[in-house]
Design a protein around this ligand. Structure first.
Ligand SMILES: [Fe+2]
Length: 383
C-alpha cells in the first residue's frame, strides 16, 4: 500500500448509513479542508457495521474468479524476481568493515535531507508498515475475502501476494530510517504500534465494490512517492531516490491490478460500480492512517499531512489529477444506459475534479504555525 496522502475533501456528503464522529479541535479548524481528522488513543469506529452488498452480488465476484486467475494473478511478480530490502541497505554479510563503511556512507547521504522530508518519509513508512490493517480491511469484503488465511480462491491468492510484496516497502523504509540516525525510532515505533492498534475505518461497508474503489484511490499515492524520489535527488541521496522509485514501480503494478478490477466491474455491473465510486468519493476518501497517534500529539495525522501539502508533495491538485486520470481510463463520462441513480453518481464523480480545483482556489491561506514532531526529536516545523 502506498504511503500517505489521499485526503478528505470538503465535498458535500450525504451520510445515509454512516455515523461520522469527527472530533473538533482548534487546530483542525485552522487547516485547509483537505486533511482533517484528529487522532486519539482509542478512537471509536466512525461507521456503523453494515453489509451493503446483497447476496446476488457475491455471485458476481464468484463468477469472476477465473477472470482473476487469467488477468490479475499474472500481475504478481515471482519472489525470485522481486527485489528485497537488503539489496538497498548496508549488508552485514559482507563483513564488519564493509558494513560499517556502508552505514557511514548512508549516514553521510541523509545529512542533506530536510526535517520536513524526514517527517514525510516517516509518515510514508508508517503507512506502509501498517499493512496488517490493510490486509484485515480487504478481508472484510464480502465475496472476495480469504476464508482460511490460505484460501485457494484467486481473489485471496491475489490479496496475499499483494500483501507479501507490500511488506517489503515498510521493511526497507524502516531500516533505512533506523540506520540514518536522524529520527527518533522509539517514537516512530510507538506510533506504529498505536496506529495498528487503532486500525482504520473508511466506511466501505464490507462491500467489495466500495472496498476496491477505496484501494485504487489509495494506490494513486504513486505521485507522492515520485515526488519524494525527486526531493531525495535534490537533497543529495540518490540511493533513497532509487528506493522511492522502486517502491513506486511496485505500486504502479498494484494500481494496474486494481484498475483492471474496477474496469471489469464497470463492464459486468456498471450501475453498482458507478454508485460505489460515487459513494466512496462522497464519504471523502479517508487516509488509512487517519487514526495515527504517537502518544503525544492528538492531531498528528493532520499535522504531518499539512507538511505534505506545504512541501507540494501531495495536495488537492494532485488528487484532482488522479481522479481525472481514472475518469478518463474508465471512460466514466461515456457510460450509457445507466439507471437514474447511477447517472447521478456519474455526474457527481465526473464533476468532482472541477469542484476540488475550485475549493483549492478558494481555500483561505491559513496562517502558518509551529508544530513539534516527536519523530524528529520534538523539533518544530512550520505547518
Ligand atoms: Fe506500498
Amino acid at each position: 500500500m502506498q504511503t500517505t496522502s489521499l485526503s478528505q475533501f470538503n465535498i458535500p456528503s450525504p451520510p445515509p448509513k454512516t455515523t461520522i464522529l469527527h472530533r473538533k479541535t482548534t487546530s483542525s479548524r485552522r487547516l485547509s479542508p483537505i486533511f482533517a481528522v484528529a487522532s486519539t488513543t482509542a478512537p471509536p469506529s466512525r461507521h456503523q457495521v453494515t453489509h451493503s452488498m446483497p447476496p446476488e452480488k457475491i455471485e458476481i465476484f464468484k463468477s469472476l474468479e477465473s477472470w482473476v486467475s487469467e488477468n490479475i494473478l499474472p500481475l504478481r511478480k515471482p519472489v525470485e524476481k522481486c527485489w528485497q530490502p537488503i539489496e538497498f541497505l548496508p549488508d552485514p554479510s559482507q563483513g564488519p568493515d564493509v558494513f560499517v563503511e556502508e552505514v557511514r556512507a548512508l549516514r553521510q547521504r541523509v545529512l542533506g535531507l530536510s526535517d520536513e522530508y524526514l517527517v514525510m518519509l516517516v509518515g510514508n513508512m508508517l503507512t506502509e508498515d501498517a499493512l496488517p490493517t490493510y490486509q484485515t480491511f480487504i478481508n472484510t469484503f464480502d465475496g472476495v475475502r480469504d476464508e482460511t488465511a490460505s484460501s485457494p480462491c484467486p481473489w485471496a491468492i491475489w490479496t496475499r501476494a499483494w500483501s507479501a510484496e507490500e511488506n517489503r516497502h515498510g521493511d526497507l523504509l524502516r531500516t533505512y530510517l533506523y540506520l540514518s540516525g536522524r529520527v527518533d525510532m522509539l517514537m516512530v515505533e510507538k506510533t506504529l504500534q498505536y496506529s495498528i492498534g487503532a486500525g482504520s475505518d473508511v466506511g466501505a461497508e464490507n462491500n467489495a465494490y466500495m472496498g476496491f474503489v477505496y484501494i485504487i484511490s489509495r494506490a494513486s499515492n504513486i505521485s507522492n512517492t515520485g515526488n519524494m524520489a525527486r526531493l531525495a535527488i535534490k537533497d543529495g541521496d540518490p540511493v533513497l531516490a532509487r528506493i522511492c522509485g522502486t517502491i513506486a514501480a511496485d505500486e504502479k503494478r498494484h494500481e494496474n491490478a486494481y484498475t483492471r478490477i474496477i474496469e471489469k466491474l464497470l463492464e459486468v455491473d456498471p450501475n453498482t460500480t458507478m454508485q460505489a465510486i460515487a459513494s466512496m468519493m462522497r464519504k471523502r476518501i479517508t487516509m488509512p492512517l487517519h487514526l495515527m497517534y504517537d502518544g503525544q500529539d492528538p492531531n498528528l495525522f493532520e499535522h504531518f499531512s499539512a507538511i505534505f501539502q506545504k512541501q507540494d508533495v501531495y495536495t488537492s491538485r494532485h488528487y484532482a489529477e488522479i481522479l481525472e486520470f481514472f475518469i478518463t481510463r474508465w471512460e466514466l463520462e461515456k457510460l450509457e444506459g445507466l439507471t437514474e441513480e447511477a447517472k447521478r453518481a456519474q455526474d457527481f464523480v465526473c464533476q468532482l475534479p472541477r469542484k476540488i480545483r475550485r475549493l483549492e482556489y478558494r481555500a483561505k491561506k491559513l496562517e502558518s504555525r509551529q508544530v513539534k514532531f516527536s519523530w524528529i526529536f520534538n523539533k518544530s516545523l512550520s505547518v
